[in-house]
Design a protein around this ligand. Sequence first.
Ligand code: XLS
Ligand code: NI
Ligand code: NI
Length: 431
Amino acid sequence: MTSFFDGIAPIRYEGPQGDNDFAYRHYNPEEVILGKPMKEHLRFAVAYWHSFAWEGNDPFGGQTLIRPWQPQDSMERAKLKADAAFELFGILDAPYFCFHDADVRPEGDSFAENHARLDEITDYFGQKMEETGTGLLWGTANLFSHRRFMSGAATNPDPDVYAYAAATVKSCLDATQRLGGENYVMWGGREGYETLLNTDLAREREQAGRFLCQVVEYARKIGFEGQLLIEPKPQEPTKHQYDYDVATVYGFLKDFGLENEVRVNIECGHAVLAGHSFEHELALAGALGILGSIDMNRNDYQSGWDTDQFPNNVPEVALAYYEILRAGGLGRGGTNFDAKLRRQSIDPADLVLAHVGGMDTCAAGFKAAARMLEDGELEEARQARYAGWDSSDLLGQDLEAIAQRVIEQDLDPQPRSGRQERLENLVNRYL
Ligand code: XLS
Ligand code: NI
Ligand code: NI
């Protein structure tokens, strides 16, 4: 048992007053909102990769974070890392975590060795999860860091890489199921291209579709009950990624007949990178019936990079949860902090406080969203805007009939205000 977070006591809710940094001001897990405890709405998860595998490097510099489980090259240290991770989950009272295979076990010399190591750490996780009651929100495969995946995984020009990727996903899906994971996520970090000059786009798209069908088939075969999720992202690391945004993913799912099998895990920073807002992506997924889960973070708006920072903007988060609530909530999904420390934040306490702040920001935003929804004024205004359609049968008619009616009734529609500023003021009342 490690004591990496030595001396940091479990974080408790102490209310919005007070000056204890190590307390929740807004996240009160048991508080009932819209009929159930806040913790069941938000379903927070800690991301293993950012918090325990990343060493602080950026494109201009190397490691800044010094941890007792480094170098990350032995199973002994992988277990030390797991001890620290579960210590953090306990301090935060975080109900879930998420991981890639490569976060939790050192890279071996062969596929078989990777597999055996994943098995070993899965057992270790299983014991710890039983002891602590922590759950697995989702598992996933890292099909982007190792050089074998530099030209893609499912979309690789080399069928052997496709095979390696398929075997890796199988092993990660097995591990996820063994740990009772509620979801399995697929993020295609290298499923795209650097240049069209060497890329057969049609072929790669077909490969990605077949790969996904094989994954769905296998998940059903082993009786995996969790949701299968695609995480859209437009680019970075590749110049262009096929899972660009929610609309693109939906078209892809329709094409391969998977729109009822696979949903989306929407990440705030990815939405922004695609030229959307987080709430746009959430609203669209809600409208299409494919909202699965969220990766919560924020980008730096000045640099324009996908900086994976912890969220700290309550008004933005409120609009996101408003769309989530309108879509019926997160269901089996949750709020995964796909967020990392800044590389100067080298103390163990920074890792705790980053999550405390992120969870509090989400809780405050969520509460505001719930008040907006309960109050109903926003929804009334939205419905009133479309009231004319309640008694209209236009959509069932043909163009000729419609044109005839316009002439007969001498229609001269008058514009009405969209009342945007009024609605923006209304939203501010809840924040
Ligand atoms: C990277 C992605 C990644 C996925 C999991 O940008 O967000 O972290 O969430 O592979
Ligand atoms: Ni991301
Ligand atoms: Ni993500």
